[in-house]
Design a protein around this ligand. Structure first.
Ligand code: PMP
Length: 355
């Protein structure tokens, strides 16, 4: 730390992204990326922008917002595009939380939430999940604080029903409820259908998982016009050109080929269920994940050892050291071929430790 670093950040613990090692070619199942490439039209759309890189991008993301509005059945004024969904989440913390409006979220969830809170000097509270990692919605009914819930939750993959989400929103009319739908396309009902009914609901989504664009950084928020207007104020006070030209063009092409991406999601769901079943046959406990990852533990081997042994054998998964989940690993669902390699390596490791 330099002697110039602001004292307001001196205790800030930054988010740790999943490792992106370059020492060898891994079967990479650690950051929930899509194993399928973008559609061919995305590459053409990006190439078409290269010659125009000298010009700023459209700060209103007009074409992209218009395509998204058509697809999601909302008005363009109900959408804001951002540099990944991490950015819309940070904007939401900045826009809606302050001393009088702290925020709550589950104790086991996306690790960036406490970082956003601390970065912005916002009080937060972690609400323990039940022993089976599910959310007890009674903990959130009428809590009178802002709320962020990932649905499906990460890293457990467990979901809340739309009905339960509605109860949480309705019982906290004077607070903003953020539903982070980063993994919604892998089998969960979206809360976007509720945005016209509740002016305190913000839904966030991303192109990083189901739309094969993690490296391009594109996310968005959908909510009441008034919420989106506030988020725009934050955006224009931070980085008006937050979505670059190439990403914007890629996003438009992606939304126009929605069927291709939804087919990929179906493949990933089928591979998820196959892998879950195989892991269960090997004695693993696997949560009922509706995301593009599995969350699994085995009594035969502790979480960290399995992670390290897999890494030695060229397969990367994500291990968290948090006490409650240290026995588990989060395994991104790749192609069937990648998952077969993963399963073969797991079998080898289990055999080795029995010797
Ligand atoms: N929410 C959740 C629950 C996530 O797991 C992630 C991915 N790390 C994000 C949001 C952010 O993804 P991105 O910024 O790539 O859109």
């Amino acid at each position: 730390m330099s002697r110039f670093f602001s004292t307001k950040y001196k205790n800030l613990k930054a988010y740790t992204p999943g490792e992106q090692p370059r020492d060898m070619q891994y079967v990479k199942l650690n950051t929930n990326e899509s194993p399928y490439p973008p559609s061919p039209s995305v590459s053409a759309a990006v190439m078409n922008e290269v010659g125009k890189l000298g010009l700023y991008s459209d700060p209103e993301c007009t074409e992209l917002v218009s395509e998204a509005a058509k697809l999601f059945g909302v008005k363009p004024t109900q959408i804001l595009m951002t540099n990944g969904s991490d950015e819309i989440l940070n904007f939401a913390f900045m826009a809606f939380c302050d001393e009088a409006h702290p925020i709550v979220f589950p104790d086991i969830t996306y690790g960036f939430y406490p970082v956003f809170a601390e970065l912005n000097g916002i009080q937060y509270e972690k609400i323990p999940l039940k022993d089976d990692f599910s959310i007890d919605i009674n903990d959130y009914i009428g809590i009178g604080k802002n709320i962020v819930i990932a649905n499906p939750n990460a890293p457990t993959g467990l979901t809340l029903s739309l009905n339960d989400i509605q109860k949480i929103i309705e019982s906290n009319p004077n607070n903003v409820v953020i539903i982070d739908e980063a993994y919604v396309d892998f089998g969960t009902e979206s809360a976007v259908s509720l945005i016209d009914r509740y002016d305190n609901l913000l839904v966030t989504q991303t192109f990083s998982k189901s739309r094969s664009m993690a490296g391009a950084r594109l996310g968005f928020g959908i909510g009441a016009e008034s919420l989106i207007a506030d988020l725009c104020t934050i955006k224009y006070s931070t980085n008006p050109y937050n979505v670059n030209r190439m990403t914007m063009a890629a996003g438009v092409a992606t939304l126009r080929e929605n069927d291709y991406y939804m087919e990929n999601c179906k493949k990933i769901i089928a591979t998820r269920e196959y892998t879950k079943n195989e892991l269960e046959k090997l004695g693993f406990f696997v949560t009922d994940s509706k995301a593009n990852f599995l969350f699994a533990k085995s009594d035969a081997i502790d979480g960290e050892t399995l992670y390290l042994e897999l890494k030695k054998r060229g397969v990367l998964v994500r291990h968290f050291t948090t006490e409650k989940i240290k026995d588990y690993n989060r395994i991104t669902v790749g192609t069937p071929e990648q998952m077969d390699i993963f399963l073969t390596r797991v079998k080898e490791i289990l055999n080795d430790i029995q010797k």
